[in-house]
Design a protein around this ligand. Structure first.
Ligand SMILES: Nc1ncnc2c1ncn2[C@@H]1O[C@H](COP(=O)(O)OP(=O)(O)OP(=O)(O)O)[C@@H](O)[C@H]1O
Ligand SMILES: [Mg+2]
Length: 467
């Protein structure tokens, strides 16, 4: 990676000195700006990027030492090198104490100065490269990544924008695949901790004995195999965000320790006595039924209340109306592009199938279904034949779907069940109207009429090309 080096800034009230420094630096290929006072330099540094500053100790107005202190306060990452007329150890110490990265006494050989400058240039490049690497490996999170226009998702997005800036602990509850991880990432990305670390720990994936040490660290000899002391993820995440995923799977003893940690940010390592303190923002999520876990004494109620400062409950996909199609289109575009296929959209029959399915695996299931369909599809529209056979899954989720439905009106429930009956039969018969009518023992015109009533539109289905 090639990093473009911004100019360096020379601060000196003597015109001749500025000019000669400029020449030396320009001859070496550096871009140079200069300022005749510390006041002007501070203004320039506030407006432009520099990779370092070289300042004289003695300046009219604000002195070089005051300038160093001001720079350390306002721009602690920008290195400043100081040049003085007299070499005394005391002044050198004072310069370094005030925040100078280096110190040169006049007269000095140009090589000495050039050496110090090239070290700063290298340092700048390393920092930039590191930052670029970090950005590339950081998952790209943000509100834009959360697709959907339904009321439920709009509320989720609004709440993210509101609470991201606070330090409130967040609890995300929702079925598998509803986007809990996406929400956690967006909260971090929109918070003022976004530059700091984001750590996800899957509590279900780490054996319980190890999880405590993973989170809080251990001292040497704390358990067999602890040959040296080790800091935990909480400590490493100091200043950042920790996402405790699948918190419902955490053991009760560890829940107690987490509760203490949430109360004041303090903890001890496994096998240690020293109390440590860090500043992390906690986000927790689970797809378990937390209320019944509390009732069954698997989850501490006091911990629940501590975590539950702000609660997110992303709705199940089947409750998001048109979002299913919006998301399907989004994934279709994504996978078509990445696989280099020119698939334009979904056939009406496929659209029906997507709308009728109740998506027990939510957005993850939809994403997988679309990915698969893009692989299988040979026409320029996704047909039902490329979509998974949802019959097995329908049976899995049907009790749940029925439960949901029992809350609707008689008309709504009948409408739902009738659609299910027709869609299932249609899909069994590859969306061929005649054989479906036969199987249902209905006259063809009656089937067509019922489908129209139920807004099942097959006019562009593969069996009956557009009329
Ligand atoms: N609203 C959305 N827009 C775009 N993609 C989404 C949305 N919701 C979820 N996804 C995608 O669906 C997949 C599952 O989401 P995620 O991992 O966040 O779910 P989860 O709720 O954490 O599930 P689990 O409880 O199983 O861990 C991911 O690939 C995610 O990017
Ligand atoms: Mg998850």
């Amino acid at each position: 990676m090639k990093v473009v080096l911004p100019p360096l800034l020379i601060v000196d009230d003597e015109k001749n000195m500025r000019a000669s420094l400029e020449t030396v630096m320009q001859d070496e290929g550096y871009d140079v700006s200069s300022a005749e006072s510390a006041e002007l330099a501070l203004e320039l540094v506030g407006q432009n990027a520099y990779f370092m500053v070289i300042t004289d100790a003695r300046l009219g107005g604000m002195s070089g030492y005051e300038f160093l202190k001001e720079m350390a306060k306002r721009h602690p990452d920008l290195p400043v090198l100081m040049i003085t007329a007299y070499a005394t150890p005391k002044l050198a110490v004072e310069a370094i104490k005030s925040g100078a990265i280096d110190y040169l006494a006049k007269p000095f050989a140009p090589e000495e100065l050039l050496h110090a400058v090239s070290r700063c240039a290298e340092r700048y490049q390393l920092i930039q490269e590191n930052q670029a690497l970090k950005n590339a490996t950081m998952p790209q999170f943000g509100l834009d990544r959360i697709i959907g226009q339904s009321e439920g998702i709009t509320q989720v997005k609004d709440l993210i924008a509101t609470v991201a800036k606070t330090h409130a602990t967040v609890l995300i509850l929702g079925e598998s695949g509803t986007g809990k991880e996406l929400i956690a990432g967006a909260i971090h990305a929109l918070s003022d901790r976004r530059e700091a670390s984001y750590t996800r720990i899957n509590c279900a994936a780490i054996p319980d004995q190890l999880l405590e040490s993973e989170l809080f660290g251990h001292e040497k000899g704390a358990f067999t195999g602890a040959i040296r002391s080790k800091s935990g993820r909480m400590q490493e995440a100091d200043g950042g965000t920790v996402f405790l995923d699948e918190i419902g799977d955490m053991s009760r003893p560890l829940q107690a320790k987490l509760l203490r940690f949430l109360e004041d940010g303090t903890f001890t390592r496994v096998g240690g006595n020293t109390e440590l303190k860090v500043d992390v923002r906690l986000i927790a999520a689970t797809n378990r039924d937390i209320v019944s876990a509390i009732r069954n004494h698997q989850f501490r109620e006091d911990l629940f209340h501590r975590l539950n400062v702000v609660q997110f409950t992303p709705p199940a996909l089947r409750e998001r109306g048109e979002d299913t199609l919006i998301l399907a289109k989004h994934f279709l575009e994504h996978f078509s592009a990445s696989m280099g296929k020119a698939i334009q959209g979904f056939s009406p029959a496929a659209t029906e199938v997507l709308q009728a399915h109740h998506w027990p695996g939510n957005v993850r299931e939809l994403r997988n279904a679309i990915e698969r369909s893009v692989i299988l599809e040979t026409t320029d529209h996704i047909q039902p034949s490329s979509l998974p056979n949802f019959k097995v899954e329908s049976q899995l989720g049907s009790s749940e779907a029925n439960e949901n439905l029992s809350q609707g009106t008689y008309q709504e429930q009948m409408h739902f069940h009738e659609r299910q009956i027709f869609l299932r039969k249609l899909s069994d018969h590859d969306f061929q109207l005649e054989s479906t009518a036969k199987a249902l023992d209905l006259p063809l015109h009656e089937l067509q009429y019922r489908l129209h009533q139920l807004r099942i539109n097959l006019s562009q289905a593969p069996d009956t090309p557009e009329s």
